[in-house]
Design a protein. Structure first.
Length: 500
């Protein structure tokens, strides 16, 4: 059996073939555009372009689709920073600090941090994918419903850091998100719940992107119009070689946070059905919890951009691990990739490494190259992205409005979601005026369905015994870490009172 370096070298040479290299560059560029458009995201981009891949060999096809996936992970950060609208669900956490940086004329710093963090997170995940694919796949397979629920509790424990010192308002925001997450059909009985009488549009639940675009698109636009009192607002951002060099050197200040985001993102990405969105939100929460200045998060801390961007790029690679080694998709996008592999006559699983090594290692090699290509495209296009911020807000507001409407309509293609998006926009605006944190609402509606499903499956298996979450080693460890994380800010607050 050949060594990993030899197999990786062969994979890199395969990925550097003219056809494959062209697929990488084209896929990364298309992925950036797809990720930037609100309501599209990697899932729609890969699904729409899947038929095109039948014109090329299977290796070039999956390299192209994987490059789109990679590019879309960064593309969401562009609109999150420049417009305050998350291009896809994985970029919601980037809005928290990225938009604040843009408003204070530091959009170049935010965009540079997002590009570098994406590259570092992607590199960490690809290296881990290369070295530890089989053992990590086996470990992720040990995660049953109790472990998944404990992991969600661990994610919820980071919410306390997102709420600052006003814990009651944070808890209230979390409860609002959990209520919205339970709208639709019951996952066990199939009975409708919280559909407000007989409104059929609520039967499919509250779409996450509709909430996110409403709160951070319409709500942000209303807040900006009120704060500027109708005056023309132009964000003056100057980009020079000196500022670019300074932004690159600033990497040292958030390198640790970026590395943590890459590790968290990769591991969460390997869990089936978890995906990059929970990974980015968990990474943001952990970054704030362990920060020396947690109060700066949400007001323009560059680490708040780096952490989720590193995590979502790492998770995109991590989600390919169970797909390749076990045939279990780790995200909706990899589910489409899995379907494509089956159509191409390839059967995902442990035997894929031995039966089709050229295909597997060509894909792994392409991830290294796509990572570098995406970084170069991102850094080169920063002046173009900054041009958006120089447009007067009186012109930009209608564009944002149109993008919000399109993004609200795209997921389900019903006007119900468009009206719901406007309602969420007004609600987000009112919450902001009352100084309620909006981020926990968004986070709770993402993790709520995952937590409910795992909780109910666990309780059904244990016949209602809650000890199942403590008796199992992995879930018990996650629960312990969750309580430790929730206690850490409180203990720090008590320590500050004693010192004062």
């Amino acid at each position: 059996m050949e060594s990993i370096p030899a197999l990786l070298g062969a994979g890199l040479l395969n990925a550097l073939q003219p056809v494959n290299l062209m697929m990488i560059v084209l896929g990364c560029a298309i992925g950036l555009m797809v990720g930037t458009m609100p309501g599209l995201g990697s899932v729609n981009g890969v699904a729409i372009l899947l038929p095109v891949t039948f014109l090329v060999p299977p290796t070039a096809a999956i390299i192209f689709l994987a490059a789109i996936y990679y590019g879309a992970m960064y593309g969401g950060a562009i609109s999150s920073i420049s417009l305050g609208i998350p291009g896809c669900s994985t970029a919601v956490a980037t809005v928290f600090d990225g938009r604040s940086l843009a408003k204070t004329g530091r959009a170049d710093r935010a965009l540079t941090a997002a590009a570098l963090a994406s590259f570092i997170g992607g590199t960490i995940s690809v290296v881990l994918f290369t070295l530890f694919a089989p053992p990590l796949a086996a470990f992720a397979l040990r995660f049953g419903p109790p472990e998944e629920f404990a992991l969600m509790v661990l994610a919820f424990s980071t919410f306390i850091g997102l709420g600052g010192n006003d814990v009651p308002k944070t808890i209230f925001s979390i409860l609002i998100g959990l209520v919205l997450a339970s709208v639709g059909l019951d996952i066990i009985s199939g009975q409708p719940r919280l559909i407000f009488g007989d409104i059929s549009g609520f039967l499919h639940g509250v779409n996450f992107l509709v909430l996110a675009i409403g709160v951070y698109g319409i709500g942000e636009m209303l807040w900006t119009l009120e704060s500027t009192k109708g005056k023309v607002m132009v964000h003056k951002v100057r980009l020079s070689l000196a500022s670019m060099r300074s932004n690159l050197m600033d990497l040292r200040s958030y390198l640790g946070t970026t590395a943590l985001g890459g590790l968290v993102g990769y591991f969460v990405g390997t869990l089936p059905a978890a995906g990059a969105t929970p990974a980015s939100l968990m990474s943001y929460g952990l970054a704030r919890t362990f920060s020396k200045k947690p109060e700066t998060f949400g007001t323009g801390n560059v680490a708040g951009v780096a952490a989720p961007e590193a995590a979502n790029n790492a998770a995109s690679t991590g989600s390919m691990l169970p797909m390749i080694t076990l045939g279990i998709p780790g995200s909706p996008t990899t589910a489409i990739l899995l379907g494509g592999m089956i159509i191409w006559g390839l059967r995902p699983g442990p035997l894929l490494f031995s039966e089709h090594p050229d295909f597997v290692w060509g894909l792994i090699g392409s991830l290294y190259i796509a990572n570098a290509v995406t970084l170069l495209i991102n850094l080169a296009c920063i002046p173009v992205f900054l041009r958006v911020l120089s447009v007067p807000f009186t012109i930009l507001a209608p564009v944002i409005y149109i993008l919000c409407v399109v993004g609200g309509y795209a997921p389900t293609q019903t006007m119900h979601d468009v009206w719901l998006m406007f309602a969420f926009g007004i609600a987000g605006y009112l919450l902001r005026k009352l100084n309620y944190p909006v981020a926990p609402v968004v986070l709770a509606i993402v993790l709520g369905p995952l937590a409910e499903r795992s909780l109910r499956q666990s309780l059904l298996a244990s016949q209602g015994d809650m000890m199942i979450f403590v008796e199992r080693p992995i879930s018990g460890f996650c629960i312990f870490c969750a309580f430790a994380l929730m206690s850490y800010p409180l203990l720090r607050k008590l320590r500050r009172r004693k010192t004062n």
